[in-house]
Ligand binder design. Sequence first.
Ligand SMILES: C[S@@+](CC[C@H](N)C(=O)[O-])C[C@H]1O[C@@H](n2cnc3c(N)ncnc32)[C@H](O)[C@@H]1O
Length: 252
Amino acid sequence: MSANNWDSSLYDDRHSFVWRAGAGLIELLNPEPGERILDLGCGTGHLTAQIAQSGASVLGLDSSTSMIAQARQNFPGLKFALSDARDFRFDEPFDAVFSNAVLHWVHDAGSAVRCVAAALRPGGRFVLEMGVKGNVRRLRTAIEDVLTEAGHQPKCPWFYPSAAEYATILEEHGFEVRMAQTFDRWSKLEHPERGLREWLEMFAGPYFEGIAREDHERMLRMIEERVRPELNRDGVWWVDYRRLRVEAVKLA
Ligand SMILES: C[S@@+](CC[C@H](N)C(=O)[O-])C[C@H]1O[C@@H](n2cnc3c(N)ncnc32)[C@H](O)[C@@H]1O
């Protein structure tokens, strides 16, 4: 997804389950009053605001102008910065970096982790959640099969490493991994009929870039029919999320 392709209204209207599910990650972060915390890939700012309620001083960072504009509108009292996770720096160190549902968009994980390490004080925490290997496997298989059968070469926009792969990247950049956990989290989509289509529009757009609108429409219908037996239960759409949660500490 390019930096400005995020539809912040569709995110807040129909995909709030992403940040609602990420609220448990704030418990793992355990923010303390007065701490300096960076919310990396803050989106529309809902988790940034929840972290701020602890009394910590939080900065939300995101590379999407649309998401940052929406975050500023949602939470005018909070600070947000437009910047890229792969290339940012701040003069004053943070006590913790928090990131929910962002790092599977960042293929160049080494650059992002290097920036996070540079932004933290020694002993600072990096608490993250992202899609893990096997995330949305059923949906991804259907998307890629439909594209391939139509003569396209699907290019996956997501980076879903295993826990061991991400832990290795963290260790290479001076972190000790204190906790790494993978788990299934099937997520219910909000709209009974259009739910899957809205999810594909919100998150799978890069697969269909350059494809004519009518072909795109036809493929969306085919994808829906292929995954319906597994992802539609009693008329409700679900997505087969698998997540990775990590708590790492920057070594002194
Ligand atoms: C699914 S949203 C999650 C937003 C927020 N963390 C939440 O839980 O609601 C993913 C966010 O990652 C941001 N993002 C993707 N790639 C990024 C990058 N390279 N640098 C900074 N933000 C990025 C997107 O702009 C988007 O706001």
